[in-house]
Design a protein around this ligand. Structure first.
Ligand code: PMP
Length: 400
């Protein structure tokens, strides 16, 4: 009965790793997947995460019972504080509902399904380009996806005029997906002044902000700074949705730990919204896993562990920034034609190199360098040892 099922294509991002794994070359380099690597090219488990896990293991009173539908209450409270700020009026006034979800992706999906059921305008505007999973998650979540201009290939920066025009002509009430910081895949973020203009435009038109925060602390190394865009929207008292992920900033990728929050106008509304979020989650996966959320709560509740986390987080962010400088310098040293200053200007885990799919294919074939065909490279996958190899490949690709 399944003989008609056709072979599905590989996921465009995860498929890069599949191809990489098949390559026998000792010089191969995987710059596709957005996961942090050490200078030695190894995955990193943060020391503070190991400590928290040890503490959890030693606590014999811990059991493996089900969590409630919306997850670990303390985790939810601490996650809201982390993203909105401990003094956020929305939290103090109990206007925020936060539910534990399956990392960033699961948070986006729960948000989409809630909106499809309870919000009057089912259209969501996403930037061009955006993380490849966004359109699929929102469409399958029941929303209809439209786009707004974001990236300008000519300047390798923000197409701010295009963004304002497109949001300005979106129907009143439409949902707008915003990357809170470290836009994936471009690494291009609005300035705070531009965020303020976006906020004013959106609020004047009644557009509903849905923030995707997958990189808090990873962009600048400072947790508060990377949440600034969201806090501007919360400070004006309006509604706002946020999907939070701990994959990158705590290195908890495979633990699937994240949170979804809705900032409402009153505590009463927030309570009712939360009751409906339970109805979205219960038939989907019943309740979330306990381990990752317990790690996060252990770290966030303890001042000493929290401080250790911020130091380790800053070290990851700083290593990525130093890779940007090393790659930029290496291209300059080779006299590679073109302006490569975007490598040091872009923010977060990725550089949107501007290399086209043909150049990418050339680099994969001749240099065994793996990346997505849109020319996005994960700076976290680079090290001082591998920068020269990448610079050679880019140089060869653009001077061919
Ligand atoms: N949003 C963006 C913009 C991302 O880059 C990612 C991870 N690549 C996610 C969401 C979701 O990640 P996860 O589900 O692993 O938290």
């Amino acid at each position: 009965v399944f003989a008609h099922v056709v072979q599905a294509p590989e996921d465009p991002i995860l498929g890069v790793t599949v191809a990489y794994n098949k390559d026998p070359s000792p010089n191969k380099l995987n710059l596709g997947v957005g996961a942090y690597r050490t200078e030695e090219g190894k995955p990193l488990v943060l020391n503070v995460v190991r400590r928290a896990e040890q503490q959890l293991v030693n606590d014999r009173s811990r059991v493996k019972e089900y969590l409630p539908i919306i997850g670990l209450a303390e985790f939810n409270k601490l996650s809201a504080k982390l993203i909105f700020g401990a003094e956020s009026p929305a939290i103090l006034e109990n206007r925020v509902t936060t539910v534990q979800c399956l990392s960033g992706t699961g948070s986006l999906r729960v948000g989409a399904e809630f909106l499809a059921r309870h919000y009057h305008e089912r259209t969501i505007y996403i930037p061009v380009p955006t993380w490849g999973n966004h359109p699929k998650v929102f469409t399958l979540g029941g929303l209809s996806v439209k786009t707004y201009r974001y990236y300008d290939p000519a300047t390798r920066g923000l197409n701010f005029q295009g963004l304002l025009e497109d949001l300005g002509s979106a129907p009143s009430g439409a949902i707008v997906l915003l990357h809170a910081c470290a836009h994936n895949p471009t690494g291009v973020d609005p300035t705070l002044e531009q965020w303020e203009q976006i906020r004013q435009l959106m609020r004047s038109k009644g557009l509903l902000p849905f923030f995707d925060s997958a990189y808090q602390g990873f962009a600048s190394g400072r947790l508060d700074a990377d949440a600034q865009s969201i806090r501007m929207f919360v400070a004006d008292g309006g509604e706002c949705l946020v999907a939070q992920s701990y994959a990158k900033n705590m290195g908890l990728y495979g633990e699937r730990v994240g949170a979804f929050s809705i900032v409402c106008k009153s505590a009463d509304v927030a309570r009712r919204v939360e009751s409906q979020l339970k109805l979205v989650i219960r038939p989907m996966y019943s309740n979330p896993p306990i381990h990752g959320a317990s790690i996060v709560a252990t770290i966030l509740r303890d001042r000493d562990m929290y401080n250790e986390w911020t130091v380790e987080l800053k070290a990851m962010a700083d290593r990525i920034i130093s890779m940007r400088h090393e790659l930029f310098d290496a291209l300059r040293a080779r006299g590679t034609p073109g302006d490569w200053s975007h490598i040091i200007k872009q923010i977060g885990m990725f550089t949107f190199t501007g290399l086209n799919s043909e150049q990418v294919a050339f680099m994969t074939k001749e240099y065994h360098i793996y990346m997505t065909s849109d020319g996005r490279i994960s700076m976290a996958g680079l090290s001082s040892r591998t920068v020269p190899h990448l610079a050679d490949a880019i140089h060869a690709a653009v001077t061919r």
